[in-house]
Design a protein around this ligand. Structure first.
Ligand SMILES: [Zn+2]
Length: 260
């Protein structure tokens, strides 16, 4: 080990903190713009509010990810985007505040090599399904990525630190284990974790996890047998680029054309 000769643990922490984490380099403005747009779309559709966040894996280095500083997702701009390693240490903090829950992102990227975009939201209809044991599964074609029952993560299995917030790598890793190889995990009494191979897919999934949950709650109120989407009916969304264009244009309209 690098620091076995250091006699005092507190000194070891100081030394580790002094080691600069190399940056994976600059990222295309277009990629950063897509990340900001994703935040704004999810706010507009009520999936994110003053809380919650979206990140992407760094395109040049799979051991880094990009997430905004601690700021409401409706208000984030390019200057707010920070680079982190997978332990969620900042590469270049520059005095910016960081999300307490960034460990959700780092550990999801560490656990899932196929994942390049992550959303953590407090999407409103996640809560009833996370506290009742009522299974959340796809009843709608467009949400067929939820063909398997969405797992529910219980933070008390690993121990709480600040309410139900994920504030360290141990909790983040435990959540990533509950996610397994699926697209979504519910967080009991808190929200969800949504992952995908790219930013457009993660936005689609975060949006339609909420929509499907609302529709399922309505279907359950009918108290009739429910036909869920079957595995052979599941399909990756067609024309996702068209959907992205529409969502993006709505965001731009709302911003009065001030964003490109
Ligand atoms: Zn949260």
């Amino acid at each position: 080990m690098l620091f076995t000769s250091v006699p005092h643990p507190e000194l070891q922490v100081l030394l580790l903190a002094d080691i600069p984490i190399p940056t994976a380099g600059p990222v295309d403005a277009e990629i950063i713009d897509d990340l900001l747009t994703a935040s704004h779309i999810l706010v507009q559709h009520g999936v994110l509010d003053a809380w919650g966040h979206v990140s992407i894996r760094h395109p040049a280095n799979p051991e880094r990810y990009l997430l905004s500083c601690a700021r409401a997702p409706a208000l984030v701009s390019a200057d707010d985007i920070m680079e982190f390693d997978l332990d969620s240490n900042p590469v270049d903090q520059r005095g910016r505040r960081m999300f307490l829950e960034r460990f959700i992102h780092g550990q999801a990227y560490r656990a899932r090599k196929d994942v390049n975009a992550v959303v953590h939201s407090h999407s409103p209809t996640m809560i009833p399904f996370s506290v009742t044991g009522e299974p959340l599964k796809a009843i709608s074609h467009i949400a067929s990525f939820l063909v398997k029952e969405v797992p529910v993560w219980e933070i008390r299995d690993v121990g709480i630190t600040q309410g139900l917030l994920v504030t360290n790598n141990t909790q983040g890793q435990s959540l990533a284990m509950t996610l397994g190889d699926g697209p979504v995990a519910l967080m009991r009494g808190h929200g969800n974790l949504v992952v995908a191979s790219d930013i457009k897919r993660v936005v689609h999934r975060a949006l339609y996890t909420e929509t499907n949950a609302q529709q399922l709650a309505m279907a359950l109120s009918f108290k009739r047998p429910i036909t869920f989407i079957a595995p052979d009916e599941s399909q990756d969304p067609k024309r996702l680029d068209d959907a992205w264009e529409a969502w993006k244009s709505e965001v731009k309209k709302d911003a009065g054309g001030s964003r490109k």
